[in-house]
Design a protein around this ligand. Sequence first.
Ligand SMILES: Nc1ncnc2c1ncn2[C@@H]1O[C@H](COP(=O)(O)OP(=O)(O)OP(=O)(O)O)[C@@H](O)[C@H]1O
Length: 239
Amino acid sequence: MSGTTTGEAASRATTSALRAEGLTRVFGSGPGQVTALSGATLEVAPGELLVVRGPSGSGKTTLLNLLGGLDKPTAGRVWLGERELTALPEAQVIAARRDEIGYVFQSFGLVPVLSAAENVEVPLRLRRTPVAERAERVQAALAAVGLADHARQRPYELSGGQQQRVGIARALVADPTVLIADEPTGQLDSATAALIMDLVRQVVHERAMAAVVSTHDPLLLQRADRVVELRDGRIVDQR
Ligand SMILES: Nc1ncnc2c1ncn2[C@@H]1O[C@H](COP(=O)(O)OP(=O)(O)OP(=O)(O)O)[C@@H](O)[C@H]1O
């Protein structure tokens, strides 16, 4: 029989898609040193939407960048499923970002000269998905965000909400296990923001992704399965 510790580790491995322990990030050195994040511990289950809230400068972007493997912590660890992301060599971190994590950005991050479909296709090109498979997956991802009829349009021909739908389709197309979205509604009016959060919630639940979404907007908190509140780089509330 396995001991308690092994049993706990096994059950955690099966229930949490993303986990962080004691995450700390210090920028700079000397008198200008800033502790952007201090000792953040959290976990996110598959199909769970975790919203990170907090005032400007509280450390939301710093936390999301660390969880998504876009930055390295000064101290602390991140696990992606059973693998410790923070212990992997850089090439494997890049592969994990490409294969297992979808990102959505506040400013959408679309390539202006590419159509909606070509933007959504980018992660599949990076993964060297066979050409024959790509078109089908791109169309399915656009349909999932309600943009099946906008595949050929360029970003400037789409509204802000539609552009963010393209951003979400791009994040979904490679079937990641984790979704990281930093202020995905920050550039949208409140009605569009609510629709985008509803969409994020729907796809996260349908596809059993572990999602971490940051927001300033208190109205969006009701879409969360769980909320983490940051103040001055510390988690002050988790519920
Ligand atoms: N690269 C960096 N170099 C120095 N300081 C940084 C850097 N990135 C963030 N900081 C500082 O760390 C703190 C947390 O910043 P962060 O961007 O994570 O906050 P935030 O909650 O996402 O803010 P906002 O809501 O305004 O985007 C701030 O004091 C910020 O100035």
